[in-house]
Design a protein around this ligand. Structure first.
Ligand SMILES: Cc1cc2nc3c(=O)[nH]c(=O)nc-3n(C[C@H](O)[C@H](O)[C@H](O)COP(=O)(O)OP(=O)(O)OC[C@H]3O[C@@H](n4cnc5c(N)ncnc54)[C@H](O)[C@@H]3O)c2cc1C
Length: 418
């Protein structure tokens, strides 16, 4: 592909790839054993990941995703365009981004805190995440309401003197069961009677050692528990200091926006790395197996699947790079359409490529003997998390319709009466 990443991006990518070769790949069986142990949040089992994290930090392969790092903050912040080819490589191993402190939901939370926190909050909540001292979670989705419509969130966040009191029930809160999860960023209703539905919600930081928080049970996703989990979290009269409010009271949606753009573009970058793995597996398997006197890839439909997958991956990569450039140059708000398009394309592309790879692997493709089922789960998660594709499509069409110029269009197809 005729795209030349900056020299800095190329240099860091080479170092990330060398780090992965030396420290991540040899630990894949260890991570898999932890993942399948039935106790993926065992602190002793997780210790090797924290060791790898501190090694990556010492080597400066840290916080690569965050363009706005200050001089006194740790890491090597890159622009989105510089980060894209690097994250693609990292994402080839599902847990590797965490080693470089580039994993969700911390990335989105760091973006949010970077945009919305005042100096005191920055030191208290952002700095420990940047340093890798703890992890965090993002707390939005609720079992009782359709959470793809964020104005539905019902959890109450009510001001009482110098405190906010939180009551509500959330679920699918990724990483909340991680032993290092120190706090969550929660959105709920602070002004339910406000006639403007987008001015009813506020966002606050809630430390996890506050009385009244109940974490669990965990929810299996595609029948699988993962590190950190995706549990239910209940809040019963949970009191946090008023200074934990992020942004303005009633300004919850503006605050949320700051995590959505970068978070969603990371889905695009990740999906490409994962799809490259699936395509590689497809080619390998189809060159090793013979059916009806031919290698599998010599059968037309398998060859077509390989070709179609390359087209879709490269299309997604081009859209990712374009979206990264728009995000870097004009910001989240102006990149809304591209970000929405990318989220949909990434999920569909990864699903298509993975399903083709599964088919080529026959029965084994559906089993735990390959990582393909996990990749299919990732495709579904990308298509659902931070709002399902059905919610992002209308954003695209709304902008298309708004920008349509009937006069300019008319001259190409004058009506018969003209
Ligand atoms: C693995 C995983 C991790 C997650 N991690 C987190 C997390 O850390 N924190 C968090 O807060 N949440 C998390 N989520 C939850 C996720 O953000 C929500 O599931 C998502 O926003 C959809 O909300 P819902 O499940 O309530 O679906 P609903 O809102 O009930 O929607 C159900 C379905 O209705 C359809 N639909 C909805 N709106 C429209 C529309 N406008 N047009 C047409 N069809 C529509 C879609 O098919 C949609 O899938 C996670 C989810 C998964 C799967």
């Amino acid at each position: 592909m005729l795209f030349s990443p900056s020299e800095r991006s190329q240099e860091i990518k080479a170092r990330v790839m060398a780090f992965m070769e030396e420290h991540i790949h040899p630990n894949i069986p260890r991570y898999r054993a932890l993942d399948e142990s039935g106790n993926p949040n065992d602190p002793e089992g997780l210790a090797f990941i924290q060791e790898l994290r501190m090694r990556a930090k010492r080597e400066g392969l840290w916080n690569l995703f965050l363009p706005h790092l200050r001089e006194d903050e740790p890491g090597t912040g890159l622009s989105n365009l510089e980060f894209a080819p690097i994250f693609e490589e990292m994402a080839k191993v599902g847990w590797a981004p965490e080693v470089f402190n580039c994993n969700a939901p911390n990335t989105g939370n760091m973006e949010l805190l970077n945009a919305a926190a005042n100096e005191e909050q920055r030191q208290k909540w952002l700095r420990p995440l940047l340093e890798g001292e703890c992890t965090s979670c993002f707390i939005a989705t609720e079992p009782a309401v359709a959470s793809s419509d964020a104005t539905n969130y019902e959890t109450s966040i009510v001001r009482d003197g110098d405190e906010y009191v939180i009551n509500g029930h959330k679920w699918f809160i990724s990483r909340a069961l991680h032993p290092d999860c120190r706090f969550g960023i929660i959105i709920g209703k602070s002004d339910p009677d406000n006639p403007a539905r987008h001015a009813q919600h506020s966002v606050v930081v809630v430390p996890f050692d506050t009385p009244g928080i109940e974490i669990g049970p965990d929810l299996k996703v595609l029948n699988h528990h993962s590190v950190g989990g995706h549990p239910e979290v209940r809040f019963r009269d949970v009191r946090v200091p008023a200074e934990n409010l992020l942004g303005e009271e009633g300004g919850g949606f503006a605050v949320m926006q700051s995590r959505m753009g970068p978070g969603r573009i990371h889905y695009g970058m990740r999906s490409i790395g994962m799809a490259e793995v699936a395509l590689g597996m497809m080619i390998k398997r189809s060159s090793e197996r013979v059916a009806f006197g031919k290698r599998l890839y010599e059968h037309g439909s398998v060859a077509n699947d390989i070709g179609r997958s390359r087209i879709e991956i490269d299309q997604a990569r081009l859209l990712t790079l374009h979206t990264a450039k728009v995000l870097d140059e004009v910001g989240v708000k102006a990149a809304r359409k591209e970000i929405a398009m990318l989220k949909i394309v990434a999920a569909e592309m990864l699903k298509n490529v993975t399903e083709r790879a599964m088919r080529v692997h026959g029965a084994m493709g559906l089993s735990d003997r390959t990582s393909l089922v996990g990749l299919l789960g990732a495709a579904w998660t990308i298509g659902t998390g931070d709002g399902p594709s059905e919610v992002h499509l209308p954003t695209i069409s709304k902008i298309e319709i708004r920008d349509h110029d009937p006069v300019a269009f008319e001259k190409f197809y004058p009506s018969p009466s003209d």
